[in-house]
Design a protein around this ligand. Structure first.
Ligand code: CUA
Length: 326
C-alpha cells in the first residue's frame, strides 16, 4: 500500500516537484500542513497511550460516585485540544493560505503577461488557442519558458478542471465563464497535467502537457502552427487528402487551408507535430494513428469519434496524408 502511495510522489506530475514560484508556494504550504498534522497526530496518539497506560484496572462503572479531582482537568483538555486548538489552527491555515498562497497564485493583470493562451475543455480533450494568431492545437500547450503567460480556461460542454501540478494550482472550466490563471515555468521542459474534475466516461484520458520552450523556439513553433496546412504535391499523401475531404473525417475536423472545417473533434492542421492522440492516450505514430482511425473506441471508449470504415489502401493513404501535416 505504502509503495502505491509513494508512486504518487514521482516528479512527472507532482505538486511536490514545483517548477514555478506559484507551485513552490503551494508545495511549502503542503509541507507545513503535513508537519502540523503529524504534530497533532503525535499529541493525540500520545494522550491515548497515556490513558491506556494509566487505565483503571478495577474496571469501568465501579466507584463512580461524585466528581473526582481529575475530571476538571479532563474537561479543560477536551475544550482546549478538542475545540480551541482546531479553531486556532484552521483560522491560521486560512490566513496563511489566503495571504501567502491564494494571492500569489492568482492570475496577474493582462498587462503583466506577455502572452495569452486560451484553453477550452471538451469531452475529452483540450482545445488550445493563441488569441491574435490563427494557431489552434490540442492537448500540447506550448509556452515560452521564464515568461508569464495568462491562461484563460473555459469549456464547450461540462465542467472540467485544468491542472498542471508542477506549475500552478488547478482552475475549473465553467460553462459561460472564463477563468484565468498564471502559467509560468522556471525552466524549459514538459509539464504533464490532467483534467481534475470528473467530466464523464473518459475523464481519466483527458490529459495535457505544457511544453515550455526557449522563447525563440516557441516563436518559431507558433509561426508554424498558425500557418495553414500545405497540400501534398502528389503521391500517397495527395490521395490521402482526397480520402480525408471526401470521407466523414472532414465533417468533424478542421484542417486549415482545406475545405475541412468541422469542429466536433480537434483541429488537425498540424497533427503530425503532436506527440500523442486522444489527449495523451496513445502515441502519435503511423501504426497507432491507423489503429485510432479505424477503432478509436477501443483505446478510448465513449469518445465522440466513430470507428471509420476504410479499405486498407485508403487507410494507408489517409495515414500518409495526416503524417505529412507537420
Ligand atoms: Cu474533463 Cu475530467
Amino acid at each position: 500500500m505504502l509503495l502505491l502511495v509513494l508512486a504518487g510522489c514521482s516528479s512527472r506530475q507532482s505538486t511536490l516537484a514545483p517548477e514555478s514560484h506559484q507551485a513552490r508556494d503551494i508545495a511549502s504550504l503542503w509541507w507545513w500542513m503535513m508537519g502540523v498534522a503529524w504534530i497533532g497526530f503525535g499529541v493525540v496518539a500520545g494522550i491515548l497511550l497515556l490513558a491506556w497506560v494509566r487505565r483503571d484496572r478495577r474496571g469501568i462503572g465501579r466507584d463512580r460516585e461524585g466528581a473526582k479531582p481529575g475530571e476538571k482537568i479532563s474537561t479543560a483538555v477536551v475544550l482546549g485540544l478538542g475545540v480551541a486548538m482546531p479553531i486556532l489552527l484552521i483560522a491560521a491555515l486560512f490566513f496563511v493560505s489566503d495571504v501567502f498562497v491564494i494571492r500569489t497564485t492568482q492570475a496577474p493583470a493582462a498587462s503583466a503577461t506577455k502572452l495569452t493562451v486560451r484553453v477550452i475543455g471538451r469531452q475529452w480533450y483540450w482545445e488550445v488557442r493563441y488569441p491574435g494568431t490563427r494557431a489552434v492545437t490540442a492537448n500540447e500547450i506550448h509556452i515560452p519558458a521564464r515568461t508569464p503567460v495568462l491562461l484563460q480556461a473555459t469549456t464547450a460542454d461540462v465542467i472540467h478542471s485544468f491542472w498542471v501540478p508542477r506549475l500552478n494550482r488547478k482552475i475549473d472550466t465553467i460553462p459561460g465563464k472564463v477563468n484565468e490563471i498564471l502559467l509560468y515555468a522556471d525552466e524549459p521542459g514538459d509539464y504533464r497535467g490532467q483534467c481534475a474534475e470528473y467530466c464523464g466516461l473518459q475523464h481519466t484520458h483527458m490529459s495535457m502537457v505544457v511544453d515550455a520552450q526557449p522563447p525563440a523556439q516557441f516563436r518559431a513553433w507558433l509561426a508554424s502552427e498558425a500557418a495553414p496546412a500545405r497540400s501534398p504535391a502528389g503521391g500517397l499523401a495527395a490521395r490521402g487528402e482526397r480520402v480525408f475531404l471526401a470521407g466523414p473525417c472532414s465533417s468533424c475536423h478542421t484542417i486549415r487551408g482545406t475545405a475541412a472545417s468541422g469542429f466536433v473533434g480537434p483541429d488537425l492542421t498540424h497533427l503530425a507535430s503532436r506527440r500523442t492522440l486522444g489527449a495523451l492516450t496513445v502515441p502519435n505514430r503511423p501504426a497507432d494513428l491507423a489503429a485510432w482511425i479505424v477503432d478509436s473506441q477501443h483505446a478510448k471508449p465513449g469518445n465522440q469519434m466513430p470507428d471509420v470504415q476504410l479499405g486498407a489502401s485508403q487507410l494507408r493513404a489517409l495515414v500518409a496524408y495526416l503524417d505529412s501535416l507537420k
